[in-house]
Design a protein around this ligand. Structure first.
Ligand SMILES: Nc1nc2c(c(=O)[nH]1)N[C@H]1C(S)=C(S)[C@@H](COP(=O)(O)O)O[C@H]1N2
Ligand SMILES: [Mo]
Length: 370
């Protein structure tokens, strides 16, 4: 089984070898990490992530599309196929939505062993104010036929993954695609989309892990059969081995992160904190409803205290949380653990899968109190 960014030419033996453990990273992982960056955790302080600090992940090359020449085709099983240019989309009634996006591979490098792919620790997340057109309004206008079961979203970005030549393509079941909060976004934080985030138009599927939010959209197609493309059927699945079809990755699992307190060691990122009562803040989110509780541990999980949680700016944005911690001299592991409205709580240990998907285990921050 493969995932974002593999070289795509491996044999079965190669695939097995691609599960690695420990602190050593291959050149291909480092190269991926140089292209796809995460959110510096101190930027969790901002309710909406400042430009350039939102994480980004692109499987292949970033297409640099000419917005004047760009068109979106909406076709397949529809009564009235549409070809839309950017001015037409900009002229339609717009919606703004603050949405937290997280890569499904976030936490992959902390799984033991893990697939060689983009080696995220916990920083593959960001929150943006997206502006665009509700997808549902365009589907309505095109008139999706009764035989349609899914809507397929295509980017123009091509490459090879798992030995398969492809463009990046994903689908949503029709009932989900019709939900009113899914956007075709052309602006991020009040600016036209930057190239890496999908200019000139991308899908934003709130609550789902990032892979659903197809960037550089060029086609939306209503189809009569569940889509069987690589990014649906082979990648983005919770699998236990190469033979396991697994379950598809969909909604983001409940998770919290803290802004690492104090100051860091340049290399180890261990924190140095002054003794005393200190405030620890962070963010928490879930694809399955609002965050109802965050607990903090200053002693590696031996004891927990409940944090104060603030309501999010939108139903799809992260919540902020805060706690006062009495820091006494010594060495500590700081943990935070969120619970969502569906009653799901972050696990202390990752639940392992081949592709390193959905690792929402509690964050651990090493701190030295001086
Ligand atoms: N066309 C296209 N869309 C894509 C991708 C891609 O490689 N190509 N990557 C997906 C993945 S895996 C993630 S996590 C998000 C990342 O969005 P961002 O770069 O805006 O943060 O985009 C998704 N949409
Ligand atoms: Mo992703």
């Amino acid at each position: 089984m493969t995932d974002e960014g593999d070289s795509g030419d491996e044999t079965a033996t190669g695939a097995a070898r691609r599960l690695v453990s420990g602190d050593h990273f291959s050149r291909s992982e480092v190269r991926l990490a140089l292209r796809n960056h995460g959110l510096p955790l101190e930027a969790l302080a901002c309710p909406v992530t400042p430009p350039g600090l939102h994480y980004t992940l692109s499987h292949f090359d970033i297409p640099l599309l000419d917005p004047a020449a760009w068109r979106l085709e909406l076709d397949g099983l529809v009564a009235r196929p549409l070809t839309l240019d950017l001015p037409t989309l900009l002229a339609r009634p717009a919606v703004e939505q603050v949405v937290t996006l997280e890569c499904a591979g976030n936490g992959r490098m902390l799984m033991e062993p893990h697939t060689v792919s983009q080696p995220w620790a916990e920083e593959a997340v960001g929150t943006a104010r997206w502006r665009g057109v509700p997808l549902a309004s365009l589907l309505e206008e095109a008139g999706v036929g009764p035989e349609a079961v899914e809507i397929v979203f295509s980017g123009p970005d091509a490459g090879v993954q798992g030995g398969e030549r492809q463009v990046f393509r994903r689908s949503l079941p029709l009932a989900i695609a019709r939900q009113p909060d899914i956007l075709l976004a052309y602006a991020m934080n009040g600016q036209p989309l930057p190239p890496q985030h999908g200019a000139p138009l991308r899908l934003v599927v709130p609550g789902w892990y990032g892979m659903a939010s197809v960037k550089w959209l060029v086609a939306i197609t209503a189809v009569a059969q569940p889509f069987q493309g690589y990014q649906q059927l082979r990648s983005y699945r919770y699998t236990q081995d190469a033979a396991d079809p697994g379950e598809p990755v969909t909604l983001a699992r409940v998770r919290s992160l803290m802004i690492p307190p104090g100051v860091p060691d340049f290399l180890a990122r261990t924190r140095f904190v002054q003794a005393g009562e200190i405030e620890i803040h962070g963010r928490a989110w879930s694809g399955a409803g609002p965050i109802v509780r965050v607990d903090f541990s200053g002693d590696g999980g031996v004891s927990w205290q409940e944090a104060a949680v603030s309501p999010p700016e939108s139903p799809y944005a992260w919540s902020s949380w805060g706690v006062r911690w009495r820091a006494r001299p010594g060495r500590y592991t700081l943990l935070s653990r969120a619970t969502d409205a569906a009653g799901r709580r972050q696990p202390l240990e990752a639940s392992w899968n081949v592709q390193g998907m959905g690792n929402n285990a509690v964050q651990r921050v090493e701190a030295v109190v001086e």
